[in-house]
Design a protein around this ligand. Structure first.
Ligand code: ADP
Ligand code: ZN
Length: 735
């Protein structure tokens, strides 16, 4: 029943991890606390059950903007949802109340301050309520990062509606917050469901901010025409970076608390409605933004805690498609953040903040798998298959420029720490290794140590970086108020030659090639120009309906359309993210657009794609023609005709299919039967010309080959020739 509902309204064909269990709780009325990272799919955990249960589900949501978004999204899926908050006119409220009383609404979003009012409670008492869902439940806790007083009063739900299940959802995982939620909401023996905090589709990368703007440019280049957020630590940085980028012809909008309200709102809307791709912002931006297709989050400065980083970078790729999280840090930031911690009121708070800051710094400089650092911090481990390499961070992708002989270098540093009696901090140690004549170095006689000047050729800053990396990898630790360096047991193993660290070269020459390969992956089979066309169409539709573009269709859905290229409503139904309502509302116009495009460019429509999820995690390269594991069922029927060397036009006539579709079958036939000679289908002289063009342009993309003939040769003619060429090349052993 749940699956059917998922398919019918959302067009999804399966559950995300823990969703099913969470939905079962909601159905059975057992209280639950569901902890999933941003983008994990929390909303569906209560929305789908609400559609299966009689009555109305009440959803508490802290932000008006978020509420409207969710309700809009539900309505486009054909679900009767409404919200009540202070932004509405009395007239609207009356209309909604009437609808509710008539039992026509399945989900009602309410702000906490409104919900706890007596008159609201009284109103709700007259209704048949299916469940209560508390979104962003960490807001009840003072230990969370977003405490809201009104959330505290939500326990009134338990007292007023003792028989109805309460379900809390959050992305904040600490033990303390968890306990607080259970206690404050008076949850009864709640099922605790904690999801994996790893976000495999995010590709993390951290590099020292050495060339500033140029590094930003690199990221933006990789993501032309895609949505992204650039976070800065100060308003001043926001203004400066925004200005600089616009001078370079890159359109961005700024967002920070210093801007007038209306301007801030306007800029945020422009971003959500995709009128501008990039927003440059302080951390003030993002809470309550549910945009699912943010393709990159770039930090132009290190956040003050790893929790902050997790949350901000987590705004990328909520649709589950790959997204790029690049962090540019500088050593000075650590010190600056550190100095702000002194203002914290209590020792406990200061200590917690210091730990988060240190974790943040280790994430940057540790040269350890970034996915691992993040999940470990949240008390989890990476899935065992990823123990060696996550495949989605600069460390594991081998993009860091590593020191060739890190063991010897690290031993020099560690021996200096030992010889100094493990009583000195990082900067002093770096000075000794550098061979500095600084006062304290001389005063302690450290210029007499055998390690004095051992790294004289290096920058002192570089030496500090390496020390940080050794701390990050657990070979050294900082102890006491003065952060004296001490050698850990792992460090002693290293001194004996029984462990190897990973140290990064000072120059940040980055290699982006591997990453590009990863990014290409989930575009497998997608016709990019068609994707762009569909994106425009989506924007037009969204404007007509006055909703954000991604509410019409997510990027995942558009890619799937541009991959499958359905030209019938039946085919359109199979696209990920197309449920019945969207099929009815948008099917016709999207398939018309797709059909026109396929006709115009003479490319195959109705491509059969196996219904397995498109993996966003990287995998080894495979031959390009290998996108399907075997021939598709519909193509197989054509094979006997091709064996008789019938032409595409003939087969199309026999099978009553479009020529473009049958052209696709021919490609499958060639691949399946390992045909090497295309002349039954393409004239010999033309074959030669196409092959010559292909050998110069490469076999990866047909477009450049097509362009060479300036329209004189069709894709239908190019495709079989190329496919035969691939078969020939694959069967020729490498010399
Ligand atoms: P969260 O609230 O946990 O941050 P959302 O509920 O906003 O996450 O979901 C993130 C994205 O994942 C949305 O675009 C949503 O439609 C999509 N999604 C959720 N569940 C599924 C599913 N079972 N199959 C496919 N997509 C899903
Ligand atoms: Zn990794």
């Amino acid at each position: 029943m749940l699956l059917e509902t998922l398919q019918r309204y959302w067009g999804y064909d399966g559950f995300r991890p823990l969703q099913e269990q969470a939905m079962q709780c909601a159905l059975n009325g057992r209280d639950s606390l569901v902890i999933m990272p941003t983008g994990g799919g929390k909303s569906l955990c209560f929305q789908a059950p609400a559609m299966c249960l009689p009555g109305i589900a009440i959803v508490v949501s802290p932000l008006i903007s978020l509420m409207k978004d969710q309700v809009d999204a539900l309505k486009t899926c054909g679900i009767a949802a409404e919200f009540i908050n202070s932004s509405m006119s009395a007239e609207d409220r009356l209309r909604v109340a009437t609808e509710i009383r008539a039992e026509r609404i399945k989900l009602l979003y309410v702000s906490p301050e409104r919900l706890v009012q007596d008159k609201t409670i009284d109103f709700l008492k007259g209704l048949k309520i299916s469940l209560f869902a508390i979104d962003e439940a960490h807001c009840v806790s003072e230990w969370g990062h977003d405490f809201r007083v009104e959330y505290r009063q939500l326990r009134v739900l338990r007292t007023s509606f003792p028989e109805i299940g309460i379900h809390a959802y959050t992305a904040t995982a600490t033990e303390r917050v968890r306990e607080d939620i259970v206690a404050s909401l008076e949850l009864r023996d709640p099922e605790l469901l904690v999801g994996s905090f790893d976000r495999p589709n995010l590709i993390y990368k951290a590099e020292r901010r050495s060339k500033g703007l140029a590094q930003v440019g690199e990221v933006l280049d990789r993501h032309r025409g895609e949505s992204g957020i650039i976070y800065c630590t100060t308003r001043n940085d926001v203004d400066k970076l925004h200005q600089a980028l616009n001078e370079l012809g890159m359109k961005t909008l700024p967002y920070h608390a210093g801007l007038p309200d209306h301007e801030r709102r306007k800029n945020q809307e422009a971003f959500i409605e995709e009128r501008v791709d990039i927003i440059v912002a302080t951390v003030a931006f993002g809470m309550g933004i549910d945009k699912s297709n943010v393709r990159f989050v770039l930090h132009y400065g290190m956040p003050k805690s790893l929790e902050n980083y997790q949350q901000e970078s987590g705004r990328a790729g909520r649709d589950g498609l790959e997204a790029d999280c690049t962090l540019l840090y500088s050593g000075a930031e650590f010190i600056r953040w550190k100095s702000t911690l002194d203002e914290l009121p209590s020792d406990g708070a200061r200590q917690a903040a210091t730990q988060s800051l240190e974790a943040m710094s280790r994430f940057c400089t540790g040269a350890i798998c970034r996915h691992r650092v993040l999940v470990n911090y949240f008390g989890q481990d990476l899935p065992s298959g990823q123990a060696e390499s996550c495949g989605a961070c600069d460390v594991c992708l081998g993009q860091l420029d590593l020191v060739p002989d890190p063991m010897v270098l690290a031993q020099k540093i560690l021996s200096s720490v030992v010889r100094q009696g493990e009583r000195f901090a990082m900067t002093h140690t770096a000075r000794v290794l550098k061979g500095s004549k600084e006062k304290y170095v001389l005063q302690f006689g450290h210029d007499k140590l055998s390690t004095y000047g051992l790294l004289a050729a290096e920058d002192q800053k570089t030496i500090c970086d390496w020390i940080e990396q050794l701390v990050g990898q657990g070979f050294l630790k900082k102890a006491g108020d003065y952060h004296d360096l001490k050698v850990t047991p792992e460090g002693w193993a290293l001194l004996k030659g029984n462990a190897t660290p990973r140290l990064i070269q000072p120059a940040t020459a980055t290699k982006t090639k591997t990453q590009a390969a990863v990014i290409e992956d989930s575009w497998e089979g997608v016709d990019k120009p068609l994707f762009e066309l569909l994106r425009d169409l989506r924007r037009t539709k969204a404007d007509e309906l006055a909703v954000p573009a991604y509410i019409v269709f997510t990027d995942t859905a558009l890619r799937d359309m541009a991959r499958r290229r359905p030209v019938t409503l039946d085919g359109f139904r199979h696209v990920k993210g197309v449920g019945e309502k969207k099929l009815a509302d948008f099917g016709e116009i999207f398939i018309t657009c797709i059909a026109e495009y396929c006709r115009e460019h003479n490319i195959a429509s109705d491509i059969l794609v196996p219904d397995a999820p498109i993996k966003s995690a990287p995998k080894p390269a495979r031959p390009l023609s290998d996108s399907l594991d075997g021939p598709s069922a519909s193509a197989i029927g054509s094979f006997r005709f091709f064996r008789e060397r019938k032409s595409v036009a003939e087969v199309a006539a026999i099978m009553n299919r479009a020529v473009s579709t049958v052209g696709g079958y021919l490609t499958e036939f060639i691949r399946h039967e390992q045909i090497t000679d295309p002349t039954p289908w393409v004239e010999a002289t033309l074959v030669k010309q196409i092959e010559d063009a292909a050998l110069e342009e490469g076999l990866d993309r047909l477009r450049p080959i097509f362009d060479r003939f300036t329209g004189a040769v069709s894709y239908e003619q190019i495709r079989p020739v190329i496919e035969c060429l691939r078969v020939r090349m694959q069967s020729t052993p490498e010399p």
